[in-house]
Design a protein around this ligand. Structure first.
Ligand code: ADP
Ligand code: MG
Length: 238
């Protein structure tokens, strides 16, 4: 049984269907990619999974339990952690303080400072610990969001375009981090436009287009799937 599963999740904004009966899953110990063109519904699906948006129909299951009705804080305590496509750091706080705010809410709250420093070291952010987040380049700020999600020691980690704004070297280190997290047993669900990152780091990929899942499978298969190429590239192939 996958650790995380959505079952036929639908969301509408006004009359517009943003998600139409979306069923995807993420397994412990694996990196699962969620790809698709802008507007496909990826961030909306993350909102549903993390509890920021109630689906019109459908369910979210964590470890077999229906968590569809639970608020985000409760889900976070269950081990569900996320980052945002539009960064949601406290800009005037330092990097360390952003982590401390999260650490105080998590299982390691009695050792919040130690937890924060351990995660900073792990992500190579120690030198930036005292910098205000406002002052960081995008690539580093995205890493801080990942760090903040990690202080909760999540079982499921949802990453919304975490590598946007990273340079090639940062992306290489980030790929290694994702594999390590998976090796430790975390279920990583990755929304990302960098196809070479997705194809090298993911065990499984779900492809969304216009709110529906058009393909699911290992990267090697997804890469050559005609439906995916058409949907993703937004044009017919010759
Ligand atoms: P993605 O993350 O794949 O780019 P989104 O989940 O952000 O896609 O958006 C999916 C669709 O839902 C888009 O058509 C978008 O315009 C629409 N949408 C997203 N959020 C809202 C909102 N708060 N109100 C109205 N429409 C929204
Ligand atoms: Mg998005």
């Amino acid at each position: 049984m996958p650790l995380l599963r959505t079952e036929e999740v639908s969301v509408s904004f006004g009359g517009r269907r943003a998600l139409d009966s979306v069923s995807v899953s993420a397994e412990a110990g694996r990196v699962t990619g969620l790809i698709g063109p802008n507007g496909a519904g990826k961030s909306t699906l993350f909102d549903v999974i993390s509890g920021l948006r109630r689906p019109r129909t459908g369910r979210v299951l964590l470890d077999g339990q229906d968590i569809t009705g639970e608020d985000p804080a409760r889900r976070a305590r269950r081990g569900l952690s996320r980052t945002f496509q539009h960064l949601e750091l406290f800009g005037r706080l330092t990097v360390r303080d952003n982590l401390l705010v999260a650490a105080e809410l998590g299982p390691g709250r009695r050792h919040a400072a130690r937890t924060a420093d351990r995660v900073l070291a792990r992500l190579g952010l120690t030198d930036l610990a005292d910098a205000p987040c406002d002052a960081l380049p995008t690539g580093a700020a995205r890493l801080v969001e990942v760090a903040r999600a990690l202080v909760l020691d999540p079982k499921v980690l949802l990453l919304d375009e975490p590598a946007a704004g990273q340079d090639a070297e940062e992306t290489g280190r980030f790929a290694a981090l994702l594999r390590t997290l998976a090796a430790e047993g975390t279920a990583v669900l990755l929304v990302e436009h960098d196809m070479s990152l997705v194809m090298t780091v993911c065990d499984e990929v779900h492809v969304l287009n216009l709110g529906t899942v058009v393909a699911s499978g290992p990267p090697a298969r997804i890469r050559h799937d005609e439906t995916v190429l058409t949907a993703y590239l937004g044009k017919e192939r010759p």
